[in-house]
Design a protein around this ligand. Sequence first.
Ligand code: NAI
Length: 247
Amino acid sequence: MKDKTAFITGAAKGIGRATAVALSASGCHVILTDIDQEALAKTKADIEASGGKTTTYLLDVSNRDQVNAVHQQALKDHKKIDYFINNAGIGGKLMPLHLTPLEEWQKVMAVDLDSVFYCLQAQINILLPQGGGNIVNVASLAGKKGVPLGAPYSAAKHGVLGLTKTAALEYGGHNIRVNAVCPTFLETDILEGVPEKVLDFVTNYRVPLKRLGKPEEAADAILWLLSENSTFVNGHSLVMDGGMEAG
Ligand code: NAI
C-alpha cells in the first residue's frame, strides 16, 4: 500500500479513524473527511505525529453537492486516488417502526444510504478514467438481518449491500472492486444510544467471543479488502461479528 492514496468518509472517529491510522501505517497518504472539524483536526494531528501524510476536507456525506465538490477537489489536489472507504454513518434513534417519524427515517436514509449512492457515483467517475481502483463500503450486520427498533438503520444498510453488489457487477470489468464490511457492536461512539443492558446481553449471550469488537478489527478487515491479498474478492460482504451470525 506504499505510496497509495486513500479517501475515507467519517474519518474523524471510530472505524474511519482506525482505518485511517492503519492505512497510514501501511504507507498510504490518507484523505480524511468528516463533518466534525475538531475531531478531524485531532485525527490529522495524531497521524502526522506518527509520520503519516494526510489531507483533510470538511464533508457532509448527505449533501450531494458537497460530495461531488470534495471528490473533485481531492482529485485535483492528489492527481490519483486508489482507495475509497465509504464509512460515515449514524445509528439513528431506537424506536418501533410504527412510531418512527418520517424525519427520522429520512435522516438515517440520507446519511447512511443516499450518501453511499452519491459517493459511489463520484468515485466511479474518478476510477473509470484512472483504469481501476478499490472501494469498501462500511455496511453492518444490520444490512443482513432485521434490527428490532432500528428499521431505518437496517433498511439503509440493506441498501448499502445492494449498492455494493450492483457496483461490483457493473464495474468489475473496469478493474474496480467494490466490497463491504458488515461489523456489529464495535466499541465506538455510535453505541452511545444503545442501553447498557442490551450491550451486556449481546456480550454475554449473543457473541460467542463474549466481547464487543474494536474499531481496529474493522480496519484490519477493510485493509484486507483493499489489499493485494484479496484481488479475486469482489461484491463480497465480510461479516465481522465475533461469531454472532453463526447461531
Ligand atoms: P462513530 O460515531 O464513532 O464515527 C462516525 C463518524 O462519522 C464520526 O466521525 C462522525 O462525525 C461521522 N459522520 C456522521 N455523520 C456524518 C455526515 N453526515 N457526513 C460525514 N461524516 C459524518 O461510529 P462508527 O462506529 O465508527 O461508525 C462508522 C460506520 O460503521 C457507520 O457507517 C456505522 O453504521 C458502521 N457500523 C458501526 C458499528 C458499530 O458497532 N460501531 C457496527 C456496524 C456498522
